[in-house]
Design a protein around this ligand. Structure first.
Ligand SMILES: Cc1cc2nc3c(=O)[nH]c(=O)nc-3n(C[C@H](O)[C@H](O)[C@H](O)COP(=O)(O)O)c2cc1C
Length: 383
């Protein structure tokens, strides 16, 4: 039995397995390795300046002649310039920013962290220089920043674009005119219906188990409900806690036609995160993650750490995106420079316990395919 679906045909790839766009981790060499192994590598470009994004696309092209994709964020509140809705209560971010920055400075002092003078938005963001070119770029995570990134995606005519947050609707016509397939990641049926009505080509249903920005609904419950709501109009990919081939097979059973996989690919030689973070992933188990707003301001699944815990202990409400990253960025950059796994172990999903060692991405891909094919074949014994 060979693992294939509508997704492999649409994207011109061998297996319907996609490397999830992960800021700091899904760098050109990892995306190229996954594409070269028959999946689709997707660059985690959320925090890339437009200049850096263009360099990443060109670098990936130099490493593979296979299709690959780009993932960025399009948070609706930032693009509309309205007050963000996720969390933050009645707080006016600008009013409390000074106090919150002091909280961060006090935390750094208590932990003996020295400022690096830089900021890391994604807690796994390694030394790949995502901040490069920022001086001349639009303000980080502003409406202009997201729009400038999208101009690069359009100009570079990438094979696949994935919106990790928000609706890529305003860009769909220009992307389609270039032959780009457009995807969106959703965590709820309502959002799925909205983005499908915008004309996207594929949709990712990512449940609560997943690493990074996070839905309140579990993967097992979310996938079939999104599949039913979409009614076969476009293929659904399952995501969240899919960390081996059995998970891929299970998501097929739930009606998905492919998988969008993050955490498993963090423990690879090619991932852009720091070695100490890869080791934490290989050594940790199912219960070692928490959902916290302490990093980006939106609920994100992250490996347990002192920074997230400090907010819980202080009973402090993190600020909405993009303000929380202004507070957290310098702390995480300092913790990363000091290789502090107790403070900056990074984002990861609940499938982390299935990841036992750091190895080449091609090996991970090979196992994912073999395990999924075996699980799908053996499922027949139950019917
Ligand atoms: C380290 C890390 C960074 C992530 N960064 C992003 C990101 O920048 N943009 C995005 O759309 N999703 C991001 N995600 C979410 C992934 O794209 C994906 O949905 C998730 O990893 C799937 O769950 P899994 O980790 O259990 O496989 C991130 C996830 C992780 C683990």
């Amino acid at each position: 039995m060979a693992l294939r679906s509508r997704v492999s045909e649409m994207l011109g790839i061998k297996y319907p397995i996609l490397l999830a766009g992960m800021g700091g981790a899904s760098v050109p060499r990892l995306a190229a390795a996954v594409s070269n192994a028959g999946g689709l590598g997707v660059l985690g470009a959320a925090a890339c300046s437009p200049e850096q994004l263009r360099e990443w696309i060109r670098e990936t092209r130099s490493l593979t002649d296979k299709p690959f994709g780009v993932d960025t964020l399009l948070p609706a509140s930032v693009r509309r310039g309205t007050k963000p809705q996720s969390g933050g209560g009645d707080l006016d971010p600008m009013e409390v920013l000074g106090e919150y920055k002091k909280f961060a400075r006090d935390f750094m002092e208590k932990e003996g962290l020295e400022s690096t003078g830089t900021s890391s938005i994604v807690s796994n963001a390694g030394s790949e220089g995502q901040n490069k070119g920022r001086q001349d770029s639009p303000q980080f995570f502003s409406k202009e920043f997201f729009e400038a990134q999208m101009e690069v995606v359009v100009e570079e005519k990438v094979a696949v674009y994935a919106a990790g947050l928000g609706n890529p609707g305003p860009w769909i016509d220009r992307l389609h005119a270039n032959g780009t397939k457009v995807m969106a990641v959703v965590g709820a049926v309502k959002h799925a219906v909205q983005v499908v009505n915008s004309g996207i080509d594929l949709i990712v249903a990512q449940g609560h188990d997943g690493g990074g920005h996070n839905s309140p609904i579990g993967t097992m419950a979310l996938i079939p409900q999104v599949v039913d709501a979409i009614g076969g109009r476009i293929p659904v990919l399952g995501a969240g806690g899919i960390s081996d081939g059995r998970g891929i097979a299970a998501s097929f059973m739930l009606g998905a036609e492919g998988a969008w996989i993050g955490t498993t690919f963090l423990a690879t030689d090619e991932a852009g995160i720091e070695d100490f973070q890869k080791e934490v992933i290989a050594d940790s188990g199912d219960g070692d993650t928490v959902v916290s707003r302490a990093v980006t301001g939106k609920p994100a699944r992250i490996i347990r750490n002192k920074w997230a815990q400090a907010w819980v202990e202080a009973k402090k409400e993190p600020l909405p995106m993009p303000f929380q990253s202004i507070v957290a960025g310098p702390v995480l950059a300092a913790a990363m420079a000091a290789k502090r796994k107790d403070i900056a172990p990074g984002f990861a999903g609940q499938g982390m316990g299935l990841v036992k060692k750091v190895r080449p991405a091609a090996e991970v891909m090979k196992d994912l395919v073999t395990e999924a094919e075996t699980a799908l074949s053996s499922a027949r014994q139950f019917a």
